[in-house]
Design a protein around this ligand. Structure first.
Ligand code: HEM
Length: 378
């Protein structure tokens, strides 16, 4: 166990880390990729460019430092991240690599401020945090529906809107069961890209008779053009093989609360539609508020129609003409358990609006399409 003296050293460095957190992790990533270029096959290079991932790691390290007297408090956060790590095949042997370069990043950015005492305390504490992740991930590897990445055949490719495509993929070799709200992870190697690339996509329906369905939005423009989403849109057709790792993720309907409110924006409807399908099948009362840009950008019409037939109360609001969903749309649903999914901007807007209405955090469950920790209060 880490000594009280070392804990004090870590606590004392929190303000410095807060000031330099993103800078340290950015330096750390640059140095780590230089020493271990093979990791470029695992990390999302588009996230690196736009800075999301460095921020997420910084927030997690900070959360851990703030909870040094009670490391258990970070376990709920670790679970969501560990699901992503498991889906990406992050293994125990990767942790010392991250630890070494993280400490060197602290050293490089803080210079003389990072005394040997500080580096030593953080080294020991990093190992403890890493062990929490490794232990949680070990159980997830054991529980996964299949090992590693398995080939699936593309059975359907359906354009939902000009920029969202829905794939149905199938395999006879694996058990396709999953919990509504989970995602699969796709591994591709586009011809004009020097690495393998991995991305998570939420499974968008509970119905698996034809296979697993997931939807992909074409991401970015020019410099930030999404490598994988554009490849899947333009380069993958019916009959092609796609490699998937087993379903992962902890976004799910917690209990059968009876009355549920699902809120989603754009392609964020994907996990929430599967959750709503499951909740209705279990007899819950389901209300679904959906924000789309306009009629042209209204995806999943067939699934929304089915949900309505099955008993869901669905309202679609077009943000272009009517604005975002807001407290007027939420009024009357204050007692429902709430599940939200959408872009980071959408999530921030919804969480703030619901918070200002006085709805407790514990009743708001969410899954942003982006690193969750950058929305988390730590
Ligand atoms: C994702 C933290 C170790 C590879 C993440 C995320 C966080 C995080 C917060 C974002 C999760 C989200 O999207 O919500 C940590 C911490 C670690 C650690 C605190 C050490 C204790 C590792 C290791 C590897 C790794 C050892 C592999 C070398 C990744 C990858 C992603 C990720 C590839 C996906 C995001 C991307 O590709 O940009 N991690 N991680 N992590 N982590 Fe870790």
């Amino acid at each position: 166990m880490i000594t009280e003296a070392k804990k004090d050293v870590i606590k004392a460095t929190i303000p410095v880390l807060e000031a330099h957190g993103t800078e340290i992790t950015t330096t750390f990533y640059q140095n780590m990729f230089k020493a271990h270029p093979e990791l470029l096959n695992i990390f999302n290079q588009t996230n690196q460019k736009i800075g999301n991932q460095p921020k997420a790691l910084a927030m997690t390290v900070l959360a851990a430092a703030k909870h040094i007297d009670n490391l258990e408090a970070i376990v709920p956060h670790v679970v969501g991240i560990a699901h992503k790590h498991r889906a990406l095949e992050i293994k125990p042997e990767h942790y010392p690599i991250v630890g070494k370069h993280l400490l060197e990043g602290i050293q490089e950015v803080l210079g003389d401020q990072a005394t040997p005492e500080i580096i030593d305390a953080w080294g020991e504490y990093y190992n403890q945090i890493a062990q929490v992740f490794i232990d949680v991930e070990q159980d997830m590897y054991q529980d996964a529906a299949w090992d590693g990445f398995k080939p699936f055949t593309v059975k359907k490719k359906e354009f939902m809107t000009p920029d969202i495509v829905r794939f149905t993929v199938d395999s006879d070799e694996v058990d396709k069961s999953f919990t509504a709200g989970q995602y699969i992870t796709v591994k591709v190697r586009p011809a004009d890209y020097p690495y393998e690339a991995l991305r998570h996509y939420s499974i968008c329906s509970n119905k698996t008779v034809d296979g697993i369905t997931f939807a992909v939005k074409r991401e970015g423009t020019d410099d930030t053009k999404g490598v994988v989403s554009n490849y899947l849109h333009d380069g993958i057709e019916i009959g092609d093989a796609l490699f998937l790792s087993a379903p992962a993720g902890d976004f799910k309907v917690e209990e059968d609360h009876g009355e549920l409110l699902f809120i989603a924006g754009g392609v964020g409807a994907t996990p929430v539609m599967a959750m709503a399908e499951e909740a209705i099948a279990k007899g819950n009362d389901v209300k679904f508020l959906y924000s789309a840009i306009n009629e042209t950008h209204l995806p999943f019409k067939d699934q929304f129609e089915n949900l309505e037939v099955e008993g869901a109360d669905i309202r679609v609001k077009f943000s272009e003409s009517e604005g975002y969903l807001n407290r007027k749309d939420f009024a009357g649903n204050e007692n429902r358990e709430i599940y939200i999914c959408g872009s980071m901007v959408f999530m921030n807007a919804m969480i703030n609006e619901l918070g200002e209405m006085g709805i407790e955090d514990s009743r708001i469950h969410f899954e942003p399409f982006g690193p969750k920790m950058s929305l988390q209060k730590v």
